[in-house]
Design a protein around this ligand. Structure first.
Ligand code: HEC
Ligand code: HEC
Length: 285
């Protein structure tokens, strides 16, 4: 779909919600929502970004203020919250709660309990990992979209490629908890790959402990990235794996086939196994 077709499509479908989803996927390339100047200039993370929606009260002017947090302390908070509130709220509330303690308003007004929706990949649907969902939402609350997207890219690559969880609580109820590489950002793949590797079932105490610790790992990493952004020392460490960029050089937006609406990914082969470098010559399509 060309940009103008897409705009028309969004207009026809009254697509604010679609537009917001699209911004997440394309790093803000879809121009249905008025983009901030910060998005294009990458200005200071404390500059205010006014999203053009009529009659929004003052606390909805983004980003909200951020102050350096202690990654390990907020991770402990997330680990504890997981048991009462689930992965997404555990991740989100641990960081909002720490900012609420430090800064007060506007954080006192955010109904963080809404983030329970993200549990088990959104109400049990096994899609985006709730800890990542909470971290991405928080990033958009406290950073302009450019900086938030940088954090999300870094975090999502790290999550897909790292043996997790890498957090151990002060008084572990379970010892020798196995870790695994998710190779994906999806709850389903992340958890099932861990179950296959560890031998524990999804309804085991070990699986629950794994997700509690994973939530803490994600929060620690996120706070570290937020602190770097706030201090102006952020440097992207990950780049898209060559295996993925080569796929997108034909299938990605603006290329010959343009049939894949993805701009970042850990692995295409996790869902399309066995495709070698010659499938485009052997395919019968
Ligand atoms: C040189 C260009 C090119 C590259 C690079 C490329 N593809 Fe393709 N791909 C094609 C063509 C051409 C087709 C067949 C036409 C179609 O389905 O639109 C195809 C078809 C496919 C299909 C559907 C048919 C099938 O065989 O299952 C999938 C899935 C796919 N590619 C995934 C990938 C992935 C994953 C990568 C990276 C590992 C990749 N492609 C790299 C050109 C390419
Ligand atoms: C989470 C799983 C998942 C990931 C990751 C993923 N895909 Fe797919 N993809 C699918 C599914 C499901 C379909 C629907 C058709 C199918 O089953 O092949 C699909 C369809 C496609 C098609 C069209 C297939 C056809 O039959 O014509 C292409 C091309 C494709 N994907 C390429 C990619 C590329 C390139 C990447 C990496 C940038 C990627 N996919 C990552 C799940 C995935």
């Amino acid at each position: 779909m060309s940009n103008s077709n897409r705009r028309q499509f969004l207009k026809n479908t009254g697509g604010l919600a679609l537009g917001l989803l699209g911004v997440g996927l394309t790093g803000g390339a879809i121009s249905c929502a008025k983009s901030s100047s910060a998005e294009t200039t990458g200005s200071s993370p404390t500059s205010s970004t006014t999203i053009a929606v009529a009659n929004m009260p003052t606390p909805t002017i983004l980003p909200w203020p951020y102050q350096k947090l202690d990654p390990a302390g907020v991770a402990d908070r997330a680990y504890t919250l997981y048991n009462s509130s689930g992965c997404m709220m555990g991740a989100f509330e641990s960081m909002v709660g720490a900012l609420r303690d430090k800064i007060g308003a506007p954080y006192t007004s955010f109904p963080t309990a809404m983030m329970r929706y993200g549990s088990v990949g959104v109400a049990g649907w096994g899609t985006l990992c709730g800890a990542l969902n909470g971290a991405a939402a928080l990033s958009y609350l406290v950073m302009d979209t450019t900086r938030a997207n940088q954090i999300i890219n870094e975090l999502f690559y790290w999550y897909g490629a790292t043996s997790l969880p890498d957090y151990t609580p002060a008084n572990p109820k379970i010892t020798n908890l196995p870790a695994s590489v998710a190779n994906s950002q999806l709850c389903h793949e992340s958890i099932t790959n861990w179950c296959l590797k560890s031998g524990f079932k999804t309804d085991s105490a070990q699986r629950s402990e794994r997700c509690a610790r994973l939530t803490a790992s994600v929060v620690r990493q996120t706070v570290d990235l937020l602190n770097q952004q706030a201090a102006g020392t952020f440097k992207a460490a990950y780049k898209m794996p060559d295996a993925v960029s080569s796929c997108l050089s034909c299938h990605g937006s603006g290329h010959a086939l343009s049939d894949v609406h993805i701009t970042n990914q850990t692995s295409c082969l996790s869902c399309h196994p066995g495709l070698d470098g010659s499938h485009w010559t052997t395919t019968t399509k």
